[in-house]
Design a protein around this ligand. Structure first.
Ligand SMILES: [Zn+2]
Length: 297
């Protein structure tokens, strides 16, 4: 693992502030959930998987995978990568709590797997696994890593996995087992397999890119990061199977299709940045900085 690259302190300030905002939103979301929060756009259609069941299975599968990584000493807790990833995610979590997504009951966990391969996958509830290779110095920018997370979140808020998981659960011999723990286990296996290996359809990829642009822009992350992310991953896939490209297959017109949506996304991005700048100016003067500065990412 290389030494983490320095990043602008302005970004850190913005991300720290966003983290606080996100924490406030999450606390409010918990209260909403307890009071019976409304269904989100990600809720599966009637007759599909129960939303609570899907989130339980996602949480269970995440915990099981995280435990496996810890056992194999691949769970990154020593570097600042996990904190950095959460800083990048925080403003998008805050956006996802707002309409039209109104996601109020997700765990939003991010685990960094120590791996030289470009690995990225996730489970329902905003439970993400991203490999340390994405954080190597100079390889991917902040907006590109944010775009990676945004694309995954987009698939989830759109309910793409829920549709497919419902079909597979219905086809599984134990999908209707009277034992709820057995059903949970089966669904967790299905979600893990889908997340790590099974490619999305192009229609889902296209929809996820559109939602990702919205999440990025309104969170104050440069939406152009989505374009450069896919370009870099396409190049990386020529020399190695990144895993990401296999699960999120591309097509020749993809970049042009994203770029056609950039003007609208950039307008929202500039608006979000302006609001963040106003909020920054309205804050009281910070206390004197301690002599020993923390390591910056
Ligand atoms: Zn995708």
């Amino acid at each position: 693992m290389k030494t983490p690259s320095p990043r602008p302190s302005a970004l850190l300030r913005r991300l720290r502030r966003s983290l606080l905002v996100a924490a406030s939103c999450l606390l409010a979301s918990v209260a909403l959930a307890q009071a019976g929060a409304p269904a989100t756009p990600a809720a599966p259609r009637p007759g599909a998987i129960d939303r609570a069941q899907l989130l339980d299975a996602g949480k269970f599968a995440y915990q099981r995978e995280a435990a496996r990584l810890q056992k194999e000493r691949k769970f990154d807790t020593e570097t600042s990568n996990p904190t950095y990833a959460r800083w990048l995610a925080a403003p998008m979590v805050a956006v996802a709590a707002q309409p039209p997504y109104a996601v109020s009951d997700w765990a939003w966990q991010i685990a960094v797997e120590k791996s030289a391969d470009l690995r990225f996958w996730y489970l329902p509830g905003g439970n993400v696994f991203v490999s340390s290779a994405f954080f190597e110095r100079g390889r991917f920018s902040a907006s590109e890593i944010a775009a990676l997370l945004a694309h995954g979140y987009a698939h989830e808020v759109a309910g793409h996995d829920a549709e497919e998981a419902a079909l597979r659960l219905a086809a599984h011999p134990d999908g209707k087992s009277p034992d709820p723990n057995r059903r949970l286990l089966v669904l967790a296996e299905i979600l893990t397999t889908m997340g790590q290996r099974d490619p999305y359809q192009r229609v889902h990829e296209r929809a996820a890119d559109t939602i990702a642009l919205d999440l990025l822009a309104r969170a104050g992350h440069d939406p152009q990061g989505l374009v450069t992310l896919w370009k870099k991953l396409a190049v990386a896939a020529l020399s190695a199977n990144t895993g990401v490209v296999a699960v999120h297959p591309s097509w020749p017109e993809r970049i042009a299709e994203i770029e056609a949506q950039l003007p609208a996304a950039m307008a929202n991005y500039e608006k979000a940045r302006a609001e963040q700048a106003r909020a920054e100016q309205a804050r009281p003067a910070p206390r004197p900085r301690p002599a020993a500065r923390p390591t910056q990412r």
